[in-house]
Design a protein around this ligand. Sequence first.
Ligand SMILES: *Cc1c(COP(=O)(O)O)cnc(C)c1O
Length: 361
Amino acid sequence: MSKRAHNFCAGPAALPTAVLQRAQAEMLDWQGRGLSVMEMSHRSDEYVAIAEKAEQDLRDLMAIPSDYKVLFLQGGASQQFAEIPLNLLPEDGTADYIETGIWSKKAIEEARRYGSVNVAASAKGYDYFAIPGQNEWQLSKDAAYLHYASNETIGGLQFDWVPQTGDVPLVVDMSSDILSRPVDVSQFGLIYAGAQKNIGPSGLVVVIVREDLLGRARSVCPTMLNYKIAADNGSMYNTPATYSWYLSGLVFEWLKEQGGVAAMEQRNRAKKDLLYTFIDGSDFYTNPIQTGSRSWMNVPFRLADEKLDKTFLAGADARGLLNLKGHRSVGGMRASIYNATGLDAVEALVAYMAEFEKEHG
Ligand SMILES: *Cc1c(COP(=O)(O)O)cnc(C)c1O
């Protein structure tokens, strides 16, 4: 078997080896049909079965209630930044947004092109080291929805609670923490997630939307961005990202075999505990995020002397610990530890960090 590195990439991120092996085995000849999934008509019985199974497995994993549609769309999470207001924000309405970092800020900037946006709270007052509690939020009276990002992939901030907004639908960008632990879908109006962090390959964004929110799109909303049209056509108004959808389905099957999201929560807790405990116990490494707002999925950290960053990264690379460089906007390091990155990877990282500290600290 070829060698697999420990990949800490923020996205596109590591995929389970077993899933890639399965895809490899099925590459040329899918289940004796003599063709690859990539070469199938999206309208064929075979492909429709693949697509439906993927949806059902995701429904099982997240216990998605039957009055929610699951859409497999393109354009990434970033396209949702426009798609959400085009579908859910009336021209004379207002939407509330919580700003906790780069991704939620992008969502705000895009929504402003389509209507009135109230930034009800910002983590700026905490230098983006903590998420403001709901008692600090300035919500508007009749918001069309409230949008937030449950996990800020770049800053490493994560909500460990769900906002309470009464009848105002909650819209959440779960791109980097969907399926990492159980959530109660019924608390949300709409959940969306770009696939390439914790679901599958890029090219796909999953949208889980409550049915009563369909059919509200503005008349200028492009057909391709209209949730109702996507839902009425089983996400096949046009050709979907067939291979990404199939591969995501293999990941859902793998997740079920692993014990589902409850098992993932246990594993992810052990992974992040190991890494944060090590960082906090060291005088050489730091993570500035307040304990209750720390991300389980993306752990940014700094070395005591940033002149050592290059040496650290080169040494990591030589040991097969890949993609630890922080986002270009913040510098330092970042370890992304999604579902497919195991405890063994975090153990290898911590061992290297300890060794590096001994040598250079
Ligand atoms: C990666 C990411 C995005 C952007 O995803 P694309 O699919 O590249 O558009 C948006 N929000 C969050 C939280 C992300 O992690």
